[in-house]
Design a protein around this ligand. Sequence first.
Ligand SMILES: *Cc1c(COP(=O)(O)O)cnc(C)c1O
Length: 474
Amino acid sequence: MATTPHTTSPLLHSGPAGAAALAEQLQTAVVEMARWMDEYGDFSPHPSLDVEVGRLERATEELRARLRDNYPFFHPRYVGQMLKPPHPAAVIGYVTAMLINPNNHALDGGPATARMEKEVVAQLATMFGFDQHLGHLTSSGTIANLEALFVARETHPGKAVAYSADAHYTHSRMCHLLGVEGTAVPTIADGTMDLQALEELLRTGAVGTVVATTGTTGLGAIDPVHDIVALCRHYGARVHVDAAYGGFFRLIADDSADGVAAAPFAAVAECDSVVIDPHKHGLQPYGCGAVLFKDPGAARHYLHESPYTYFTSEELHLGEISLECSRAGAAAAALWLTLRLLPLTPDGLGAALRPGRRAALAWAERIRAGEQLSLYQHPQLDILTYYPTRDRLSEVDRASAHVMTRGMHLPPAQSLFVATYTVDAAALAARGHRVAADVPHGRILRSVLMKPETEQQVPSLHEHVLDLLADSGT
Ligand SMILES: *Cc1c(COP(=O)(O)O)cnc(C)c1O
């Protein structure tokens, strides 16, 4: 029997292990793009832009030295905030396109990357189950949410926007900016929107749009989008989903042991708009958010004419449906290349999300099994909240702060980076925690487990926190 000869290709690892291979790929990018530039004919570089290589090297040396003043976002022992480096494919995609520096404001600013943007936005729409859409990349989740709330205001003028008390603060800020009334709906004990309170609010008829968050920034709590959609349809309100952090968990929203809740994510398909941040869980460098509208007719709210942008085709230009003007075409190229390699499927990017989810569940289990730490609430995504078991909130606060500051000041190879999260007595009591409220609020510990490598480190991370606590003297 004839066997098919197979060629094995070496792997490009992420992190420092892949540095040499990444350097080689970047070299190819620079050389090959220069080859394309050469097709337009030689020209002499202007001396005003020439720099001496020696001076450049001294300056870049200084740059690298200054960049050491950073936290090790790439390392599995960094389990603090929502930060991690981009995938090497995103770096290659970004740098390759940036050498041309296309501007995705208009097709004339970069036809190739504008088309890539449309392709990746279509892939995001498919992931969310939108059968039709209008959407584009933005420079951040903040701008993406601003656009969604702007369209909310235009379609329901004079009506309020409601979001949960745990929603990202950008919603109240953007409502203020847009001159729209913003209303915070209380949360229940798991950090999700209180549906009873929402219904009471909807009954007044004052609310035009409800913002559901699939993965709050603090706790990773997932608002019940399916229930919110049903309520909003009944009362004639729109639904916008802020999936800036949690959106990519749609790929593993299958109710399985290492997946996340299916129903809220499936219901996003019925919502009016959704925001997702590829620069959070989509492995992209900062400068990549996205907003998608279910109704392509949302384009009418963006109409403008300008004498200085010359649109050379009849095709819809991204600048015609975006509040931002200049935007990096390189961001679209980076996401496009990343999704070519890690597509929006359970086995593609989904396989990079599951380990973090498992890490959160496994660490929660360890915390429950011991006495020294208490779990604040069960993780719904990959964000874990917990605290040193103490009688009084002031002691919880002191011990939590100790773990955070002591951990980050250890020598690099022994350091541990966790974050804190401020809670009040009522939030603790609502979750059944018996901590005496001798102070109105205090810090607990919070860990974002967004790197797949963290899964292997859970036992040692747990011990590390316990070791830091043991010498806390509190
Ligand atoms: C991060 C985040 C935002 C803000 O997005 P930026 O990209 O930081 O501007 C909004 N909402 C949620 C739920 C977030 O997690």
